[in-house]
Design a protein around this ligand. Structure first.
Ligand SMILES: C[S@@+](CC[C@H](N)C(=O)[O-])C[C@H]1O[C@@H](n2cnc3c(N)ncnc32)[C@H](O)[C@@H]1O
Length: 283
């Protein structure tokens, strides 16, 4: 590359947009190119729009073009930048954790809307990046938050996030909620819920998420089923569980919950019309 030549912002963006394929998970190559260049350069997107003739420093161009190639090959944008926003905060992400999804913010919204004791005891089962646990701990500083995961690598990312954000969360390595004592006022969980056979046909970006964060067994509900069976032990009387699920799974989970003596008290729809979160109460 000619180190003396600096490409104009607009030309570089145009070149990148032509290189990025339009596909599910990458619907707008121009928008994507702008997003990536702003992060590679460490500037606001608006500045790139307002100064299309600004020359791009060679080291920024090198990083940006490397990201564009990897993005074209299906690497998720948040793996390139190493972080992902969730409920207004940035969470570190690596290939060891699920990239936090916007629909998981529905769980936060529902949890914050509950009437719980001021010093509620809450747990996030299958915490990944700790996006749920850390957010709840920071939004409700008097709550006592525990978070579990089976993956050591995921817990390392969770630990980095709770430290960086100053979120008081007790991290525990265990199968589901098995190492947690009972008496919880709130259990939140976004466990793996993709049926195994569907893993192969997920969009290319989603296939970069770790398999243990996605694979829920033949019908997607292996781990959810096990957690629901343990909820009567984990939850205090009057306690609430908020479980994020995949499409068409809410009814099966509610039927199961009733069998375990829990009461389904509502579902939360995502913007796509899918019943994404079920709310269960221990009477
Ligand atoms: C779908 S990801 C969700 C991560 C995070 N809660 C979020 O919403 O972004 C599910 C998480 O459950 C963890 N997990 C899978 N099997 C588990 C098990 N048996 N016990 C505890 N955690 C498990 C995975 O490692 C992964 O971090």
């Amino acid at each position: 590359m000619d180190r003396h030549r600096r490409n104009r912002t607009a030309d570089l963006l145009e070149r990148a947009a032509r290189r990025l394929p339009r596909r599910e998970g990458l619907p707008d190559p121009r928008r994507e190119a702008l997003w990536l260049l702003a992060r590679a350069w460490g500037v606001e997107e608006i500045r790139l729009r307002l100064e299309p003739a600004a020359p791009v420093p060679p080291e920024v161009e090198d990083l940006f073009l490397d990201w564009v190639e990897r993005r074209a090959a299906g690497v998720p944008a948040h793996h390139l930048t190493g972080s992902c926003p969730f409920w207004g905060r940035d969470f570190l992400v690596t290939p060891a954790v699920l990239i936090p999804r916007p629909e998981t913010e529905l769980v936060v919204e529902a949890a914050l809307g509950l009437r719980l004791p001021a010093d509620a005891r809450a747990a996030d089962v299958g915490t990944g990046s700790a996006c749920l646990a850390a957010t709840l701990a920071l939004e409700r500083p008097a709550w006592h938050l525990a978070a579990t995961d089976l993956s050591m690598a995921a817990l390392a990312v969770a630990r980095a996030n709770v430290r960086r954000l100053g979120a008081p969360v007790r991290l525990v390595r265990c199968h589901l909620g098995s190492a947690l004592a009972g008496g919880l006022d709130l259990v939140v969980a976004n466990l793996p819920y993709v049926p195994t056979a569907a893993l192969a046909i997920l969009p290319v970006e989603v296939r970069h998420d770790p398999a243990p964060a996605l694979d829920g067994g033949p019908d997607g509900l292996d781990l959810v089923r096990e957690l629901v069976a343990d909820l009567p032990r984990l939850m205090a009387c009057g306690g609430t569980a908020l479980l994020e699920l995949g499409e068409d799974q809410a009814e099966a989970v509610e039927v199961l919950a009733v069998r375990h003596g829990l009461r389904p008290v509502g579902r939360i729809r995502d913007p796509g019309g899918c019943d994404r979160v079920v709310r269960l109460v221990r009477p």
